[in-house]
Design a protein around this ligand. Structure first.
Ligand code: PEP
Ligand code: MG
Length: 313
């Protein structure tokens, strides 16, 4: 047994002191699922379901959705798969959910807001996810995008449970959720931080607009302080807090996120090997010390420099 363990590929993410940090993959299609398995992902931390429906002119049926989700879940027997219900609107418009013209769609009816206004579509999706969960060996967790406060979290968790889902949580992408993190972690089974949108909304900088791209930087200490608020609240309540935004794919930032209390990291499969290697270079105490220094930075650039200086010295 010893030999077999030693020769098996090391896929579990861990720090130098043995602290486990599961490394999961972000997937949007069956093709991504194959890449995730090949990269040794410990599961899926973000299954972007809306990409299955980008060309659909009507909401897909429960049967169609059940078939799609079952196919994806079958690739991860015994592993965790975190599915996100539709994040329609703004950068991911879906014609059957977003019909009204909005001047500022990123601040409009997107994510959980759009689903709540079309609850039949949300119920169908949750039903299909529960069907796929029952039909496969994967461990399905389900989360909603753009949850802004505990009332929205409670709404989503209650509906998920009513429709048979076992583990239900919220994405942290709107800064308000960090401010009331103590309430939200009590209402949810888990929280997953979407640093792409959390950065966009914290810095008020459109993530798709080149002229403000410099502000779309998750190293910004304002973003990292929000991550810490969520990590601290999660630790106090015993609620896991992961990151599934692009920040998790930056090895140096991944160390800082773990130091801020993040317990799992999910990223594109191609980033997993580098993040795994970097995490092995620090202990949890070192990651925490690095996070503390970076929180005092005055800009994203200074935060990067501080992290690089500590890791070099
Ligand atoms: C995010 O906002 O960080 C996220 C993971 O979701 P998406 O990029 O799909 O909006
Ligand atoms: Mg997002």
């Amino acid at each position: 047994a010893r030999l077999a363990a030693a020769s098996a590929p090391i896929t579990e993410g861990a720090l130098a002191d043995g602290t486990k940090v599961p490394l999961l993959a972000n997937v949007g299609s069956p093709k991504d699922a194959a890449a995730a398995v090949a990269a040794g992902a410990e599961g899926v931390g973000l299954f972007r379901t809306e990409f299955l429906f980008l060309d659909a002119s009507a909401a897909p049926s429960v049967e169609q959705q059940t078939a799609s989700y079952t196919e994806l879940l079958q690739a991860f027997p015994g592993k965790k798969v975190v599915a996100r219900v539709l994040d329609a609107g703004a950068d991911k418009p879906l014609s059957f959910l977003n019909d009204a013209h909005e001047e500022n769609p990123a601040l409009g009816l997107r994510g959980i807001r759009a689903l709540r206004a079309n609850e039949a579509i949300l119920r169908d999706q949750l039903t299909a996810l529960a069907n796929a969960d029952a039909a496969t060996e994967a461990e399905l967790w389900v989360m909603a995008p753009m949850i802004a406060d505990v009332e929205e979290a409670e709404y989503f968790v209650a509906l998920g449970r009513e429709l048979g889902l076992k583990v239900v949580g919220a994405m942290a992408e709107v800064p308000s959720i960090a401010v009331v993190a103590d309430q939200v972690v009590e209402a949810c089974d888990f929280v997953s931080i979407g640093t792409n949108d959390l950065t966009q909304y914290t810095l008020a900088a459109d993530r798709q607009l080149g002229s403000v791209a410099a502000l779309q930087d998750p190293w910004h200490p304002a973003v990292l302080r929000l991550v810490k608020m969520l990590g601290d609240a999660g630790a106090r309540a015993g609620t896991p807090v992961g990151v599934c935004g692009e920040a998790a794919a930056d090895p140096a930032l991944a160390v800082v996120l773990v130091g801020l209390g993040v317990t799992t990291l999910s990223m594109s499969a191609s980033a997993i090997a580098d993040v795994r290697a970097e995490l092995l270079t620090v202990t949890l105490d070192e990651a925490r010390a690095r996070a503390e220094r970076v929180l005092a930075a005055r800009s994203a650039a200074e935060a990067r420099q501080l992290a690089a200086a500590v890791s070099a010295g």
